[in-house]
Ligand binder design. Sequence first.
Ligand code: F6P
Length: 376
Amino acid sequence: MQKKTIHSIGILTAGGDSPGLNAAIRGIGKTAVGHYGMQVIGFHDGFRGLMENRTIRLTSANLSGILTIGGTLLGTSRDKPHKMPVGGKTLDMTDAMVDTYVRHQLDALVCIGGGGTQKNALRLKEKGLNVITLPKTIDNDVSGTDVTFGFDTALGIATEAIDRLHSTAHSHHRIIVVEVMGHNAGWLALGSGIAGGANVILIPEIPYDINNIAESIKQRSRAGKNFSIVVIAEGAKSKEYAQDLEALEIAKQGVEDKDERKEIKAKIKALEEKHANNTLQLSKELERLTGLESRVTILGYLQRGGTPSAVDRLLATRLGSAAAHYIHQGVYGIMIAARGDGIEPMPLESIVGRRKTVPFDHPWVETARHVGISLG
Ligand code: F6P
């Protein structure tokens, strides 16, 4: 058989979208096509497009003009290879994805995504595919990398929102509770809260006591400051809620019986549903405890939309370009992590299943405390 000299690579974007995805696709594509002479195809809508063989050829023409555009030109989905909804059923479609890879005679597949995508990519690696991943998410919770792309942009958007909310909170002598995304990690809330000068920051890693929050707001009032900004991460929990959840999680770990596990899972779901409107409840309760009017702003998907920041464009381009380089070297089964100004190839096995949350002794936590921010 004649040896193939041109490498063919595939790219997909999976999980929630985030600013910088197009910059990453461009970084991989331009280096792969322009520098190494490879052929590149993109799969639409994450792992679903790989299963359904829905592709687009990426060329220097369609890789141009996308650097500054938000979202992903490939589309994305949260579908998982081994739990794919197909025709009303949930099936393991991993083999169908392997078939697509083989049909296109790919030498490698680049999967761009967060923690879940790293896990799914590892599954494909275990099926014999050459995979490389890039870490993206506004949550910054992927283990093994200093930072994920998308985070800086979201941090900027959340900080600008907090800046704007300051003047209206001040004018009306109100509490404004701002809910920031981040899933179960507090990076976005903590970073934007410090940068935006919040008075209280609540993160999932540090369960809060509402009386402590109310007390710090009342202290401000006594000092003549009749307004407060409370930044709350979407995953933040009161001490009671965190304890109840932890007890159920521990109980689940020790249970082998399928039905018993199902029952505990249902209890966890019910508890989460009960606390779904946590931010609204917190605001109401603060009104009652402080005597100040309180309003809520939920930033939501605004934080994921629009033009990536310069920092994210630079990071996504660097990581993307490095992915093409590693493919050229024949190095696979890795996530390209950001390490300082450089990059580091991390074996997928070393990062999968680990979420990077904010450590209690992280310098940002210390800084927040030192400048007088209440962490609840
Ligand atoms: O992972 C990014 C993120 O925006 C989280 O901050 C948030 O919890 C989640 O995605 C929302 O997911 P979805 O887009 O599926 O609603």
